[in-house]
Design a protein around this ligand. Sequence first.
Ligand code: FE2
Length: 279
Amino acid sequence: MGYTITPLSEHTGAEVRGIDLAQAIDETTRESLNRAFVDRSVLVFRDQRLSPHQLLAAVGLFGEIFPQHNSRFALPECPLIHYISNQDFHPDGRRYIPGEGYHTDHSNAAAPPKATVLHAVSLPERGGDTQYVNMHLAYDELPGETKRRLDGLKAIHVYQSRHSARQLMELSEESRDHVPDAVIHPIVRTHPESGRKALYINPIRIEGIVGMADGEALALLADLLELATKPRYQYRHRWRAGDLVMWDNRSLLHRANGDYDMSQRRYLYRVMLKGDAPV
Ligand SMILES: [Fe+2]
């Protein structure tokens, strides 16, 4: 297959050109895309135009589909796909901007999704970038003393932390029954495929650190977040029509930007892939 994989920054992101994900992909190509995914943490497939069912089939090349938590965003015709939209509102009338503030997806699951995929359906003329920061680099560059302090520490993740600056959309009634109350994950995790260590923090979902007083835990998490989100760890994705972007939740934090004209519709399909319990 005549396709290219080109780095998008020094450490994170690669652009894939010359592949139409609506067509069959051979095994060699599938393996090389999976390798590039682990190495670069973000894959950007340009010029795709996939229906929800084609998107599910394409994403299936990389793993098994993870059922997302809040069914209010599920597409009725294809419920394993959810949508991300700037046209939804909280019950009090405020506009809901999904994904603002750095986080990793669904870390309140016992085995959180290894990957999240977004496929652009409708984009604003400008703005609405997605920012990624590389948690392997952030971990590698921590002072030795901090690494020793983090060794063995575990965080408690819930659907919505009482310390979160961002308010999530309330869970739909039917979702409440199968979203776990709280799970515990290490603050430093090892990538099951590359063996690299990464910081695994999430200001939206972490409720506390096991065995640590709240004040101390919040101060530590705030310090880590500041260290981890330095511009030099970042790849900033500027969306183009037809983009399908897939990222590794085991390696990155990400955030959306609500910096665009809200009268313009921003609408993307979202799919996730099953992952392992972090260790
Ligand atoms: Fe997200």
